[in-house]
Write a protein of this length. Structure first.
Length: 278
């Protein structure tokens, strides 16, 4: 080795390629090891995603959200079914329904004013005892009509349901009675049976029983009340008449200035209830 080779710059030039080459080979990944690293990472990703690891809290939240969504879906479906009849109603039908609601409100207001008038008469009458007796007798007649123990007459409607197919059931007639009551019916009679507050209907061998009395088609309703309220209540879209006609029954409704409801119910003495007045 010469003296020049021992100089520092020559020694650095001679050793530098070897160091670079060695470091390059030491840091470069082996192809087999790189493939193994990529496969391992993919496998780790798959293992992290499947099977899913669900905690107890997440499961409870999922169940609650499912229940909430199901409830909302049922509510929306219920509202859609109840409003479908009104969505398809004509403008004149909607106006008639609104008029009926206004009439019901007016009836309640009239009843309120009547009670206030009775109170004022009792307070201002010189002979309060006699006035009280008169009002008691009048109230007894009114309660007798509602209880079915006395006959009644007045304006109203008649409704005849001809059921040749035998498809009309007790719940359909009950819906008709409830609709008539809501429209202000004060006395109802069906095929010779007086309808009162505790009247019940049931199906009986292809016919209907009212308070245990079997009646057959055609079903004839005699109703006392305001005809202008009773008839539209039966003919509203999706109401009693349309429901019965879907069952292939024929419904006829007519107004009359005088309806006589003469079917009577025996007065029943309550077994346990007693008047609390003193």
């Amino acid at each position: 080795m010469s003296h020049e080779d021992e100089r520092p710059e020559h020694r650095l030039r001679r050793e530098l390629p070897e160091e670079v080459t060695a470091s390059a080979f030491s840091e470069a990944p082996v192809p087999g090891e790189r493939a193994a690293s990529e496969v391992t990472g993919r496998q780790r990703l798959v293992q992290g995603l499947w099977p899913p690891r669900v905690s107890r809290a997440q499961l409870i939240v999922a169940v609650l959200l499912f229940g909430l969504g199901f409830g909302l879906a049922v509510q929306v479906a219920s509202n859609s079914n109840s409003d479908s009849a009104l969505r398809g109603a004509r403008q004149e039908d909607l106006v008639r329904i609104l008029d009926e609601l206004d009439d019901r409100t007016q009836r309640l207001e009239d009843e309120k004013q009547g009670l206030q008038k009775q109170r004022d008469e009792l307070e201002n009458s010189s002979d309060q005892a006699e006035e009280a007796r008169k009002q008691t007798a009048e109230k007894e007649k009114q309660l007798g009509i509602l209880a079915g123990t006395v006959a009644a007459q007045g304006p109203g409607i008649t409704m005849t349901i001809d059921d040749t197919k035998g498809t009309v059931e007790a719940d359909m007639l009950l819906d008709a009675i409830q609709e008539l009551r809501a429209a202000g019916a004060e006395a109802i009679q069906v095929n010779g049976v007086r309808v009162v507050a505790n009247t019940y209907l049931s199906d009986s061998d292809k016919s209907v029983s009212v308070d245990g009395n079997k009646i057959n088609a055609p079903y004839r309703f005699k109703v006392i009340g305001k005809p202008q309220d009773l008839e539209p209540a039966l003919n509203i879209p999706g109401g009693v008449v349309q429901t019965l006609e879907k069952e292939q029954a024929t419904v006829t409704v007519g107004r009359s200035a005088k309806i006589v409801v003469d079917a009577l119910r025996a007065a029943k003495q309550p077994d346990y209830a007693r008047s609390s007045s003193r």
